[in-house]
Structures are given as C-alpha cells and as structure tokens.
Write a protein that binds this ligand. Structure first.
Ligand SMILES: Nc1ncnc2c1ncn2[C@@H]1O[C@H](COP(=O)(O)OP(=O)(O)OP(=O)(O)O)[C@@H](O)[C@H]1O
Ligand SMILES: Nc1ncnc2c1ncn2[C@@H]1O[C@H](COP(=O)(O)OP(=O)(O)OP(=O)(O)O)[C@@H](O)[C@H]1O
Lengths: 216, 216
C-alpha cells in the first residue's frame, strides 16, 4: 500500500491520517505535541513526536520514502512553508497542504505543494449548496446551477416509481439507487422506491431541491 | 427567494454568505468586526455590524424573518452557543452551525442547531478519498470502498470509447459526460471521449483510482 506522512495532527491532519489508515494506507503521523501523537498512535502505522521542519528527523522516520506528504499545520505560516519545502526537498512526489487563506495557498503552491486544501471555505460552499436541498447527503457541482446529489428517498416516497417522483420536476434524472449494499445503476422509470433507499440524481439545483423536499 | 442570516463572517461564514448570494438567496450578513462587514457589503443583500448574541439587534435586521440562520462564529464557545440559541428563540426554522470539536458540535445540537458542520474534519476525510484518485475533482461516498467521482478525462483518452477505458477496470460504470455545457446521461459504451470532457463514474475506489491515473 502507499505510504503517507502526515505532519501536523490538528483536526484536518488527524482526520486525514485516520481516514487514510482506514483506506489501507501506511500512515506515519508526526506532531510537535506529544499528546497529539499519543492520541493517534494505536490507529496509524507509526506515530512520532517531532518538528516537521527538521529534515533529519523526518528522514529517521523514513518520510523521504513516502509517496504522499500531508502538511496539516497551517496557523504558523513559516512552519507551514518550511514543512512543505522540506517534504519536496526529501523527494516526496505528492504534497497536500492546508492553507489558512488564499494568499497562504498561493505561497504554498509556489514553493511546491501539489494540492492546496481550504477546509473552511470549501465547507461553506458545500453547505450553501446543501441548503438548497436540506435532505441531501452529498453534492457534486456540475455547473453553477446544476449538480449531482445523493439524497435519502424523500419521506413518503416508498412504493412510488422513479417516474412518478421525478417526471414533474423537469430536468431531474435518477442515476442510481443504493439499496443496502446493492447498487442499481441506470434504474428504470418503473422502479419503485423502497424504504431506506438512497438515490443519486442529476439535474438543476432547483429540481434537486424540489425532489428532496417533496411532501408525501 | 429564501432569506438567510449569516452571523460571523470568518472563512466559513463568508464563503457561505457569498455562495448563497450567488445561488439567489437574500443574504443578511452580520459580524462584530466592521471590516468584515465592509468587505462583504456590496455582495450581499444586507450587511451590518453587530453582536450576534444581541436578540434586539438581530430583530432590527429582520433576522427573525429568516428561513435559515448560519452560525459562522465558532472559536468563542459561549458566543457560538448563545447565537444559536438566540436564532432558535427568534423562530428561525433551520440553523446551521460550525463546530470546533465533536463536543462543541454535540452541545450546539442539544441547544437546537439543525445541522452541524465540521470544516476541518470533513476536509480531511474528503482529501483522503481524493488522494486515492489524484485527478478527481469531486467525490461522493457510497460505501467505505466505493463511490462516485467526477474526473477529468484521463490524459491521452481522447478518441477512446468508454468501453475501452472502463471495461478492464472491473466494476466501473460511467454515469454521465459533461461536455462543455451539455450533459450526456447514461452514455453508451461506444461513446468516444473528447478533449475537455468531464466524466462522472461509479465503482470501487480502486477502479476509480486506476481510471483517473491511467497512462495513455
Ligand atoms: N513544526 C511543527 N511540526 C510538526 N507539527 C507541528 C508543528 N507546529 C505545529 N504542529 C502541530 O500541527 C497541528 C496543527 O496546527 P495548526 O496550528 O494548524 O492547528 P489547527 O488550527 O488546530 O488545525 P486544524 O484547523 O486542522 O484543526 C497541531 O497539532 C500542532 O501541534
Ligand atoms: N458575538 C459575535 N457576533 C457576531 N460576529 C462575531 C461575534 N464574535 C465573533 N464574531 C465574528 O465571527 C467571525 C468568525 O469567528 P471565529 O472566531 O469562529 O473565526 P475563524 O476561525 O476565523 O472562522 P473560520 O474558521 O470560519 O475562518 C469573525 O469574523 C468574528 O469577527
């Protein structure tokens, strides 16, 4: 499996480290704060206390052998920039860094970060789209006014066909139904919704909203 | 259009306010810091300096008439809890609040917040899944090992059919192609990919990863 080094175990770094470990990656987690290290130690491959700007320390943990590096420390701009630079100098091919602001992000990109993450800004955009559809579980933007949404089958929809639920809403197409562990792709318009179904639909935001909010 | 009041214009609050304004909502933005208010004033319906814990001030801005309230102030726990409580006391039917920790989130939920957002934790989970597929633009989880991803057509794929690109990867199904402004739903296996196409595919994370990283 791929090796990932996570430097800085704040909420973003810790969540990345734990999710990657669940996904089967070999995760090395580093933080300057011993308590953060202790908290995560039994859930990752290797956890160590250390300063991410210390090239030698990182090599002693084989971070130079990592396929991916995550810079989870963002508040201290200087440290964030140095950790990113050090990872690149060590030859880590793909570095993801969390940025505190647009300017910070540009700075990190210029010194070599391959992907910049803006957690608060991205959460705001996503939550704003999710508002359009309060029952949606997740959403992918296709254009400023259309998207793909994963939606719990609307209340009272059990027994209705997809055609009955979608047709009157204009441009809304069901792409798949998740029923327990099964995935029904390109379901027929005659397919009847069952309790507990999750649907992925594509269409205008307005149609998605109308669909998810539909009263029985 | 629906009226939304955003209290606290940090990166999360500001991003929500601006996105909602773009989506056509009537946005009232409030912050205790005049500079944040000034920065956003020309991009929302109404921007005002004020303390979100002040029920009278919020009424004077017709926040009690809002359909949705957003609590974008998270660091000060007491203020975050009070603002949430005040919005609920004013009768705002749907309140979304940003939480700094799991405990903070539970506290907000107990005092009435309808949806809690954890920007840093959610960004970590999403970025971890996106790592599996470095070229993906976005991703929806269907199960711990499968999902839906929006992917740029892999390099060198132009001219190849969907069948040629997907078949050997096992469980991977293209659901739609975004070609400019057009959406081709349930595309045929014989459909040939064009430069600039964006594809939405569904399948195992491994198949998605193999698809997006495919060498020409
Ligand atoms: N030089 C360093 N090397 C390694 N880890 C560091 C270094 N400096 C700070 N850290 C750690 O990085 C982590 C994240 O720091 P940051 O200041 O960005 O916090 P945060 O805002 O809590 O992060 P998040 O928003 O992800 O929750 C902390 O756990 C901190 O101990
Ligand atoms: N009582 C209050 N009423 C209204 N706004 C407030 C109040 N207290 C703080 N704010 C504002 O809330 C905003 C967000 O505050 P917070 O301390 O949660 O910041 P933040 O960490 O920068 O947020 P983000 O993580 O979203 O960027 C700030 O702009 C701040 O001026």
């Amino acid at each position: 499996p791929k090796r990932v080094a996570v430097i800085g175990l704040g909420r973003f770094g810790e969540s990345m480290a734990l999710t990657l470990a669940e996904l089967g990656y070999e995760v090395t987690a580093v933080d300057i704060d011993e308590r953060r290290v202790a908290e995560i130690a039994d859930r990752v491959t290797l956890a160590a206390q250390g300063d991410g700007t210390d090239e030698e320390m990182l090599c002693s943990l084989a971070v130079d052998q990592s396929d991916v590096g995550i810079v989870g420390q963002g508040k201290n701009l200087e440290a964030s920039v140095l950790i990113t630079l050090v990872l690149k100098r060590l030859g880590v091919p793909w570095v993801v860094a969390k940025a505190e602001s647009a300017l910070h992000g540009e700075l990190l990109a210029r010194i070599g970060a391959d992907r910049i993450v803006f957690p608060e800004r991205d959460a705001g955009v996503r939550a704003a789209h999710a508002l359009t559809v309060r029952n949606i579980d997740d959403y992918i933007t296709l254009s400023p006014t259309t998207g793909l949404a994963k939606v719990d089958a609307p209340p009272g929809s059990a027994g209705a066909t997809l055609g009955e639920l979608c047709a009157r809403l204009g441009t809304l197409t069901p792409l798949l139904i998740k029923r327990g562990d099964a995935l029904l792709l390109a379901p027929a318009w005659e397919e009847r919704v069952q309790p507990g179904d999750e649907l992925v639909v594509v269409g205008s935001d307005a149609a998605i909203g109308a669909f998810a909010d539909a009263e029985p």
